[in-house]
Design a protein around this ligand. Structure first.
Ligand SMILES: Cc1ncc(C[n+]2csc(CCOP(=O)(O)OP(=O)(O)O)c2C)c(N)n1
Length: 321
């Protein structure tokens, strides 16, 4: 299954938009005016591909490098930056911080306890199955949090009940400062799919075309009622676990090697070779992304703080849509 033109350009544009936002958020975190921590996903932009395949009413869970998911699923940058600034105009009215949510787009925040979201994804997939409208769940998880026991119960249950779910392991080689070989006894995490009688595949996580094509196949399987699957994308994070912390455990040569595999530059070359993009289109996309991020930044800075009296509002919602 090849990626069609509209999808390819949309993925490329969203990769550029998110990288531009990520770079701005790194500055914001350094500047000390933004209180919540920033977990950069620079180098992991191929995540955009599978998300770009989702419909508005599909559900998605994200790791703490979630900007790629929020943007590709359709969130407005303004409501994201404003949320990080704790402003009343943020997507959770300034009360969510890093736990970005947008229920109308199938984004329900993030489990602070790593691995907590495995079972929440199963709940979403059960809901999707009961509704019977062909919705699917795309659930990202890091290689570190994949070592939690919740993974077992969630994958086992999802497979027994043939839930419409695609697990994507965003394997960037580290759990904070602990390297993958100290967390997993196997080399390819996708191999665990066999234990749950579901298909599993490991792909080059910096090749957005290969990754998206694999996700396309697994998502269509999920939508047909054939059950869950596991896709492992091998990638690397270019920066520290969280801004402001050390990268001493990351060999400099290793970072350089991975920077050469930049998923955006690689995809850009593919699109140029296919005649889908020209140099001037690329400049325009980058310029537009920069303008969009600056507008979001200004919006967040000039937005009002939430009023203290609103602190106890929105604690319970009878409906998530
Ligand atoms: C249950 C639990 N244990 C530990 C932590 C602290 N913690 C936060 S992020 C993280 C590592 C996550 O690594 P990974 O899942 O690989 O995601 P990545 O940071 O590589 O994107 C840990 C151990 C936590 N939040 N919850």
């Amino acid at each position: 299954m090849a990626l069609h033109e509209e999808l390819s350009i949309r993925i490329y544009r969203d990769m550029v938009r998110t990288r531009t936002l990520d770079e701005q958020m790194i500055k914001n975190a350094r500047g000390g005016i933004m209180r919540p921590p920033w977990h950069s996903g620079l180098g992991e932009e191929a995540v955009i591909g599978p998300v770009a395949l989702l419909n508005r009413d599909d559900y998605v869970t994200y790791t703490h490098r979630g900007a790629y998911v929020w943007i590709a699923k359709g969130m407005d940058m303004k409501e994201i930056v404003a949320e990080f600034y704790g402003k009343a105009t943020g997507c959770s009215k300034g009360k969510g911080g890093t736990h970005i949510s947008k229920p109308s787009l199938g984004i329900f925040g993030r489990a602070g306890s790593q691995g907590g979201h495995f079972v929440l994804a199963v709940g979403m997939a059960l809901a999707a199955k009961f509704k019977g409208k062909g919705q699917a769940v795309l659930s990202f998880f890091g290689d570190g949090c994949g070592t939690r026991g919740t993974l077992h119960e969630a994958m086992n249950y999802a497979s027994i009940h043939k839930l419409p779910l695609l697990w994507v392991c965003e394997n960037n080689g580290f759990s904070v400062s602990v390297s993958i070989d100290k967390c997993w006894a196997i080399e390819d995490i996708a191999k665990i799919a066999d234990n749950y009688a579901m298909p599993g595949k490991t792909v080059d996580g910096n090749d957005v075309v290969v990754l998206t094509e694999a996700a396309q196949e697994f998502l269509s399987r999920a939508r047909k009622g054939e059950g869950p699957s596991l896709l492992e994308m091998k990638t690397y994070r270019w920066r520290a676990h969280v801004e402001g912390t050390t990268t001493r455990y990351m060999p400099k040569e290793e970072i350089e090697e991975w920077r050469k595999k930049d998923p955006i530059l690689r995809f850009e070359q593919v699109l140029i070779n296919q005649g889908l993009l020209k140099e001037k289109d690329i400049l325009k996309i980058k310029g537009d992304a920069e303008a969009e991020v600056q507008e979001a930044q200004k919006f967040a800075e000039s937005s009002p703080d939430p009023s203290p009296g609103d602190g106890l509002l929105d604690l319970y919602s009878p409906s998530l849509t």
